[in-house]
Design a protein around this ligand. Structure first.
Ligand SMILES: Cc1ncc(COP(=O)(O)O)c(C=O)c1O
Length: 452
């Protein structure tokens, strides 16, 4: 076949993977081809440099394509060792599990490895039932725990659930931060566990009220339910400490990690748990492999995890997340103060959100309300699109709160990049408050997406 008639990679993707995703990227003017990604920088074949303030939803804590993690993976491939034999003791898994449990501390002594956050949450469901002999789970409003059927049963947003039911039975939602509601449910002693993100990411970067996690944990212990923390986005030094819950002095029964665990190059998840929970699942020889997964403990994922931990620690990226996060929130607050549509800048370490709100002034309220009627999800997307197209920053809004823009760069981000980002956000926010062209374009975009 002559070269010119070969289908492009994009055409193949459209034909055989997900044409709607390509359409969406096109509508948002974000369909570019990336040729090289390094640290915080993404280069396109059109010669543009984009700065990443999304980190693939908190995957790239160590920065894109860290040379040491790439080096470790190359070495592992060259070693030609037993990558997935399923018939030996994978030595790297023991080493990584020991390091994760040591850093997590408390009662977390055993690890189940898997390949994604959702798969980790599925393990939580089975293990918690096994340990407590109870069926149901309590989850928080706005939670995001993954899109497999079990994980989806632990989050309430109909956007993700509709058309995929029935969900697992016996689960109940409580408002995030509401201890009375939690206690009322726990007191029925029907629930295997309460699962919660220490800082809710997709709900809009919701930081818990003071004392919430500690008290929730105490209530779980009182009523015989497990206290499970989903640290899939918040873990691996994203908010400063190894686990975000370490800022709150929690001592959970189970912690789920994934995303940044393996340096953004190989899928890997880990469920850390107490010996008692492990024993309830694997307590006899007969049950040695009662819960497993083919890719669990594979050598490349384990090696990536070990090297990622070393990079994060030797480059002191947790401390950097704390310092740079403080700087980012300060800069954003300075730049955005006085704009009526900016409600709040909040977060911890480098997991941050800018919450927008409906305007009061009539001049802004009319286009905002028209816009919200056509497609409520699109307001934040217009900000994302403008930051990308006009200012060269990759961001996203929160999956369960379309009025919150995420600011979560790789932990290697520099002050000058934060300054440029804060300036870019201010520029888009200024347009939103002063330019009719902003609203004309936004309404056009919302109509195209809604198919009006
Ligand atoms: C807090 C949290 N838990 C679980 C998941 C599911 O992880 P995965 O997409 O790897 O299945 C996500 C994904 O975004 C998440 O943010």
């Amino acid at each position: 076949m002559p070269l010119t008639t070969l289908p492009t990679a994009e055409a193949l993707y459209q034909e055989h993977v997900n044409p709607q995703w390509v359409r969406l990227l096109n509508v948002l003017d974000m369909n570019v081809r990336y040729t090289r990604c390094q640290g915080t920088e993404l280069y396109t074949d059109g010669g543009r440099r984009i700065i990443d303030f999304l980190s693939g939803y908190c995957v790239h804590n160590a920065g894109h394509n860290h040379p040491r993690i790439i080096g470790a993976l190359k070495e592992e491939l060259d070693r030609r060792g037993p990558a997935m034999l399923q018939s030996h003791v994978p030595e790297l898994a023991g080493e990584l599990a020991e390091r994760l449990c040591t850093r997590a501390g408390g009662r977390l002594k055993k690890t189940f490895f898997c390949s994604s956050g959702s798969e980790g949450v599925e393990a939580v469901i089975k293990f918690s039932r096994s340990q407590t002999g109870r069926n149901g789970f309590i989850y928080a409003s706005g939670a995001f725990h993954g899109l497999t059927c079990g994980a989806l049963s632990l989050m309430g947003d109909p956007f993700w659930r509709d058309g995929f039911g029935p969900m697992l039975s016996g689960n109940e939602e409580v408002p995030f931060g509401d201890l009375d509601a939690l206690e009322r449910k726990l007191a029925t002693r029907q629930f295997a566990a309460f699962i919660v993100e220490p800082i809710q990411a997709e709900a809009g970067i919701r930081v818990p009220p003071a004392g919430y996690l500690e008290s929730a944990q105490a209530l779980c212990r009182r009523y015989g339910s497990l206290f499970v923390l989903d640290e899939v986005q918040t873990g691996m030094y994203r908010t400063g400490p190894f686990l975000a819950s370490q800022n709150f002095h929690a001592d959970p029964d189970i912690v789920v990690l994934a995303k940044a665990l393996s340096g953004g190059l190989i899928p890997c998840g880990a469920v850390l748990m107490s010996d008692e929970i492990y024993d309830s699942v694997y307590g006899s020889l007969k049950r040695a492999i009662v819960h497993t997964s083919t890719f669990s403990e594979n050598a490349l994922a384990m090696r990536a995890g070990l090297e990622t931990l070393q990079v994060l620690e030797q480059e002191r990226l947790g401390e950097r997340a704390t310092a740079m996060g403080d700087y980012l929130r300060d800069r954003l607050r300075q730049m955005l103060s006085g704009y009526e549509m900016v409600k709040e800048v909040r977060g911890a370490g480098l997991l941050n959100g800018i919450e927008f709100t409906a305007p009061r002034k009539l001049k802004l309220r009319v286009p905002f309300e028209a816009f919200m009627k056509i497609h409520p999800g699109m307001f934040g997307q217009v900000v994302v699109m403008r930051l990308f197209r006009d200012r060269g920053f990759l961001t996203q809004i929160c999956g369960n709160n379309f009025l919150v823009l995420k600011a979560a760069p790789p932990l290697v981000v520099e002050e000058r990049e934060i300054d440029a980002f804060a300036d870019a956000v201010r520029n888009v926010v200024e347009l939103m408050h002063s330019s009719s062209a902003f609203w004309t374009e936004a309404l056009g975009l919302a109509r195209r997406v809604a198919g009006v």
